[in-house]
Ligand binder design. Structure first.
Ligand SMILES: [Zn+2]
Length: 549
């Protein structure tokens, strides 16, 4: 487009800004998840920094923001927070300091290791941490040590940040998911609370405009919602909490936002997505992508106006990690590698997952035992994700647990009826073919991760019976399960949301949800115990008929 300047006036000034966004990096710095041996993976701040430097070389007028979930989610983060005898400076914050972040938002997982860990880590940051809807209930938990009023509660963090780039005043706002008060209740109850994202945006966005921001960026720890996924995912609307994934709604209500760098839902949303004129972009998870927004501004009548926006995400696939980040994080990385390889527990038996889908197996009972103990539920279900997994007699390492539990599932517990339990088990039975000559036992059309095994009830699956009538015995504490009985059942979040066609649970009340990784719970369980034997967890409670071998 051409901008005609009125005769006699100075030519309009123009400037290009490059806005860079990371999110849900979850404790990844080196290009490894630590779960796949020495394999180089496309994750981590070191690879991101290479892309960031490239963008800055092209245009020095940049802003770098993170949308939260930085401090937790990798063995490196876990080691630093929970295992290291003397926790040194937080490696994520040290790396981010080198990378020159403008600002970072606060995610829900920041609270997983407790408030002292969060405050200590954040105190090391050379950039502001912002969040507009996390409120302090006690003055020591507010950023200015002053308590607010009911209408204007005091925030724990700086609610927004304004900075200037190339003469353009940039206002940045961030918000956190209200579910923190459920997921991390034990860490935050009575100390902080989290309000409605949209309500708090009504308070801070006009304020940022009033302070003279020429453009506004939002880096909420919130997914886009709408066609990108449910507004509620980690808790239900019946909890009474406001929704968690409201990125598109934020754009609908606040067209004055120029760019939203969303987070939380771990999606890669590469653009060109605009909602109500607001450019929306999301950089996936773990440092797999960098979100970039290119803005062109022109000064008209003394005011900056955005004349064009373009958003994209760039993959870190094949990108070389930046040596300065590897260097600053080297000690933390090496300690993590040693930790991952070291024994967290010992066993005197071999645990094998080979037959775990056709017969009750100690390895699956171990997962269920961990889920039962964490949630206090009556029943628990788990799938066998890797039938090649073996825990050999001797030392058990984190790498071993990663092979048993390769997925990023969180633990939840729901309340179900006996009827739902039956429907559920009938659905699991679709994993098996009918008894017919030439047909294998396992139906190849059902993926192994969609076949769950339940503990807490005794049952038999008879694949010689018609589909829908294959659960021939189902007992709780020695008595047949009645349709109107209710149970609490622990399971992974993928299943609870209906993954694998398990729609019977969609409206079941959630009774436990702390956004805990099941793999991390397994690791913690074994580390605390020190030794584990099959008989510690094994109880034969289900079988497949007719008998197979
Ligand atoms: Zn996350």
């Amino acid at each position: 487009m051409t901008l005609a300047a009125p005769a006699g006036a100075a030519a309009p000034q123009t400037v290009e800004l490059t806005l860079l966004g990371t999110t849900d990096v979850h404790g990844h710095i080196y290009p490894t998840t630590y779960f796949n041996g020495d394999k180089v993976e496309d994750v981590g701040l070191a690879k991101l920094y290479t892309l960031i430097k490239e963008a800055r070389a092209k245009n020095p007028n940049t802003i770098l923001v993170d949308s939260g979930d930085m401090l937790q989610g990798s063995p490196l983060a876990y080691y630093q927070a929970k295992v290291a005898k003397v926790p040194g400076p937080n490696p994520m914050i040290q790396a981010m300091n080198v990378m020159g972040y403008t600002v970072a938002g606060v995610g829900n997982h920041e609270f997983n290791f407790g408030l002292p860990h969060l405050y200590r880590s954040y105190s090391e940051a050379k950039f502001p941490l912002i969040s507009g809807n996390i409120y302090g209930l006690k003055s020591e938990h507010t950023y200015n040590k002053k308590l607010g009023t009911k209408d204007k509660p005091a925030t724990v963090f700086k609610p927004y940040h304004i900075t200037e780039v190339a003469g353009v005043k940039v206002g940045i706002v961030s918000f956190a998911p209200p579910g923190i008060t459920i997921w991390d209740k034990a860490n935050v109850e009575g100390k902080i609370t989290v309000g409605d994202i949209l309500e708090s945006a009504k308070r801070w966005i006009p304020e940022v405009s009033k302070q003279g921001a020429d453009i506004i960026i939002a880096n909420p720890h919130s997914g886009l919602g709408g066609k990108f996924g449910p507004a509620y995912s980690g808790y239900s609307a019946s909890s009474g909490l406001p929704p968690e994934n409201v990125g598109l709604e934020l754009a609908r209500l606040f067209p004055e936002i120029d760019v939203i760098f969303a987070g939380h839902s771990h999606q890669d949303v590469p653009g060109e997505l605009t909602e109500n004129g607001v450019a929306c972009c999301q950089a996936g998870k773990w440092g797999e992508h960098l979100a970039i927004a290119h803005l062109k501004l022109s000064k008209q009548k003394g005011k900056w106006k955005v004349v064009s926006k373009k958003t994209e995400t760039r993959s870190t696939q094949g990108v070389a990690p930046a040596p300065e980040i590897l260097e600053v994080s080297k000690a933390a990385h090496e300690a993590t590698v040693a930790y991952v390889r070291s024994a967290i527990a010992k066993t005197s038996a071999d645990w094998d997952a080979k037959l775990s889908q056709v017969q009750d197996t100690p390895l699956i009972d171990l997962i269920n035992q961990v889920q039962l103990e964490a949630t206090g539920a009556q029943l628990s279900s788990a799938a066998s994700f890797n039938t090649e997994a073996v825990l050999e007699k001797g030392d058990i390492s984190i790498a071993d647990i990663a092979s048993v539990y390769p997925y990023e599932n969180n633990l939840v517990a729901i309340q179900i009826t006996g009827k739902q339990l039956k429907e559920y088990l009938e659905h699991t039975a679709n994993f098996f073919n009918p008894v017919k000559p030439g047909l294998p036992v396992i139906n190849p059309e059902v993926r192994g991760y969609n076949y769950d095994m339940v503990v807490g009830v005794d049952y038999q699956i008879d694949r010689s019976k018609p589909i829908g009538k294959r659960i021939v015995k189902l007992e709780y504490q020695g008595k047949p399960v009645r349709d109107d009985q209710t149970f609490t059942m622990a399971m992974n979040s993928y299943r609870q949301r209906g993954g694998g066609g398990y729609e019977m649970f969609q409206d079941a009340p959630v009774v436990y949800s702390k956004e805990e990784s099941i793999r991390e719970l397994l690791i913690e369980y074994l580390r605390k115990r020190g030794t584990i034997e099959p008989q510690d967890v094994f109880r034969k409670n289900w079988e497949l008929l007719p008998a197979t071998r």
